[in-house]
Design a protein around this ligand. Structure first.
Ligand code: OAD
Length: 271
């Protein structure tokens, strides 16, 4: 059997990791889709690092849920299998998916890399992080610097002086280090893209599962459609409708941790 699985933040939701566009996704009144950008990092790297530090901590404390475990089981029972995840957490890996059967298309939150040169670092369980921001939360819920200035316009501009003092720097070129994830508007890794293309070129799939993603990126829909081109079942697992829903041959409007163990049992039984 040949199977492609595409996952997004919804698969980790039941492990306590907030999704990007869900109601819990906002952090200190800030929209994550605006924080995960090169522009936000250029404007306020301390703020962006604070957000990533908190997310790393939350992920370290989280455990894979039944959805991650079901996908790992499928990977072990399927001859030709690829998981493409948009999630930067390590929960799929911790559930037991071997690295060669998984493409982490938006990177790895525990990697830190240089914002200028090729320097990359991955510590076990985390790489260098700046000390906690000197920004504190005001009663209005906005970020406030120690001198009392409130941030405006969604993103903090509080840290305009001393702002880079405590941030981690590249040991080779001294530019700022940044999280090793793909931000909005950035290129996907050529290597990882090639791995997806190789799998798609290797033949049509028997089943394609798309779980826990709003499928806002065109490439997610494109890969799902290409993999299911010769009549494979295209299963969407998502409590909400998405742009992919109209192409799915089976819609499962349930949380991933409930639906995936059942779907995986069915696929494994089909052999
Ligand atoms: P989103 O936060 O956009 O979407 C999460 C999806 O999961 C939504 O469609 C929810 O309906 C669904 N969902 C929520 N709880 C669920 C559950 N328990 N079981 C199944 N589905 C559930 O996250 P993504 O689609 O992963 O990119 O976002 C894609 C990318 O946009 C992210 O990788 C990130 C983000 O900005 C970058 O940072 C480049």
């Amino acid at each position: 059997m040949r199977v492609l699985v595409l996952t997004g933040a919804g698969v980790s939701a039941e492990s306590g990791i907030p999704t990007f566009r869900g109601k819990d996704g906002y952090w200190k009144n800030l929209d994550p889709t605006k924080l995960a950008t090169p522009e936000a990092f250029a404007r306020d790297p301390q703020l962006v690092w604070d957000w990533y530090r908190e997310r790393r901590q939350r992920i370290r404390n989280a455990r894979p849920n039944a959805a991650h475990e079901a996908i790992a089981r499928l990977a072990h029972h399927t001859e030709e299998f690829l998981l493409v995840t948009q999630n930067v957490d390590d929960l799929h890996a911790r559930a037991g998916i071997p690295a060669q059967r998984m493409v982490r298309i938006h990177g790895d939150i525990f990697v830190t890399r240089c914002s200028r040169c090729d320097f990359t670092e991955k510590g076990s369980g985390g790489s260098p992080e700046p000390p906690e921001s000197w920004a504190t939360k005001s009663k209005s819920g906005r970020l406030r610097s120690r001198n009392g200035c409130e941030a405006t316009a969604g993103l903090s501009i509080a840290a305009t002086f001393e702002k880079d003092a405590d941030l981690p720097r590249c040991p080779e070129c001294h530019a700022l280090l940044r999280p090793g994830v793909v931000w909005f508007g950035e290129q996907l890794s050529r290597n990882e893209l090639e791995r997806v293309e190789d799998f798609l070129d290797g033949g049509a799939c028997d089943a394609v599962i798309v779980a826990g993603t709003t499928a806002t990126f065109g490439y997610i829909i494109d890969w799902a459609l290409r993999a299911s081109r010769d009549g494979a079942e295209l299963i969407e697992v998502n409590p909400e409708e998405t742009p992919l829903s109209r192409f799915a041959t089976r819609l499962v409007r349930e949380p991933a941790a409930i639906a995936l163990p059942r779907i995986v049992d069915e696929l494994i039984a089909l052999g």
